[in-house]
Design a protein. Structure first.
Length: 387
């Protein structure tokens, strides 16, 4: 039995220019998640640590970022855990590649051994004899692949090891969605590779599937690269086991991120004022939380909420907070004013149009009419003007 830890899309050193003064905090979270991934690998005593591309956010990195990454990688070498890295599309193996500028295996203390390997166009695979395993991972010297990285891979005719694992930074082809991706592999190509497991990078969410006998998976980014990536934050523990001549591959996601995401639906009927809404949301305060709050249902007649003010008031209590209003204005309650008054005629006309619109298109198309009704009632309340 072999145990692997699969990660990808760490994006160390990302600039996050759109985040202003929060950019440094998110960069630190990404370094922390990478360190937590290595903590987990050592704790679980895995045999192999796989990085499926984009360890670095770009090939332009200050030396201190490289040194921090190397310090973490050295921990794996010292723990006798083998590591295989493949460049991605952000840290592409071009002339300016960070992997050309820095010999990461040597810097991490893996001189003259197979404890750390960086796959390159000239080194598309590595045989790890101690694990009876071959890692296949072709990358290219350009960001866009000239051909499929699985073109020459067929593990069924490769007797260099019992286990064959693929390591790629690529998109699994989805018709109409991946045509513009730089590196694409098709399910048919995955199936024809006969790999036992294909460790993928490029998608920042944890996703898994199979093509023929090959299990493939994206570990997702270990920490969100953007604050709205609520399905990032994990690595994959992979178990390769052979029993009675049959191979079995088992995957177990493990959370390593500090950032948490939560969606909160608030019943607008229970909120009387904007300060009451702020007080409710403040109970969720957490500097590691990205909170997506929505006002739902039918809101009180006199509830007036400025969402920008709510977010500004709470901004320093969360990593990020977004408040959206999905509530709808109420219809008229109780006895209607006489039909021969401006208010009575207005209410009957608007509520008739609302009913027709909601019956024809029950998808929120009548929300503006409901708002018009609410505002009109407030403006005309008490005016008994005979037509």
């Amino acid at each position: 039995m072999l145990r692997l830890l699969h990660t990808a899309d760490v994006h160390l050193g990302a600039r996050h220019t759109d985040l202003g003064d929060r950019a440094v905090a998110l960069r630190e979270r990404q370094f922390a998640a990478f360190g937590a991934s290595i903590d987990l690998a050592i704790q679980e005593k895995v045999d192999l640590f796989l990085i499926a591309g984009d360890l670095f956010d770009s090939n332009v990195q200050p030396r201190r970022s490289v040194d921090r990454a190397v310090a973490q990688l050295r921990r794996l070498v010292e723990a006798k855990i083998r590591t295989v890295i493949i460049p991605g599309t952000h840290d592409v193996y071009d002339r300016a590649s960070i992997y050309r500028a820095y010999d990461l295996p040597s810097l991490a203390g893996s001189v003259g051994s197979d404890f750390m390997t960086v796959l390159t166009p000239d080194k598309p695979d590595v045989v790890l004899a101690a694990l009876d395993l071959v890692v296949h991972g072709r990358c290219f010297a350009t960001k866009r692949a000239p051909y499929s990285p699985l073109r020459d891979v067929d593990a069924s005719s490769d007797d260099r090891g019992t286990w064959h694992v693929g390591l790629l930074h690529a998109a699994v082809a989805i018709p109409g969605q991946t045509v513009n991706d730089e590196v694409v592999v098709t399910p048919d190509e995955i199936e024809a590779s006969h790999l036992d497991y294909l460790a993928l990078g490029h998608w920042h969410s944890t996703v898994q599937g199979n093509a023929g006998s090959t299990i493939w998976a994206y570990s997702g980014a270990p920490e969100a690269v953007a604050i709205d990536q609520d399905r990032a934050g994990s690595v994959l523990l992979v178990t390769l086991e052979e029993q009675n001549g049959k191979k079995r591959v088992a995957l177990e996601p493990k959370t390593v991120a500090r950032t948490r995401f939560e969606r909160l639906d608030v019943d607008a009927a229970t909120i009387a004022t904007q300060p009451a809404l702020i007080e409710l949301l403040a109970t969720k305060a957490d500097p590691d939380l990205v909170l997506d709050a929505r006002l739902m249902g039918v809101r009180p007649e006199h509830l007036d909420v400025d969402l920008d003010e709510v977010e500004a008031e709470l901004a320093d209590r969360f990593l990020r907070i977004r408040v959206r209003d999905r509530s709808i204005a109420p219809l008229t309650d109780g006895i209607l004013p006489p039909a021969d008054t401006v208010l009575g005629a207005f209410i009957r006309d608007l509520e008739g149009r609302i009913a027709e619109t909601e019956a024809a298109t029950p998808d929120g198309s009548a929300d503006e009419l409901r708002d018009s009704l609410r505002l009109g009632r407030l403006l005309l309340q008490g005016e008994e003007v005979t037509l």
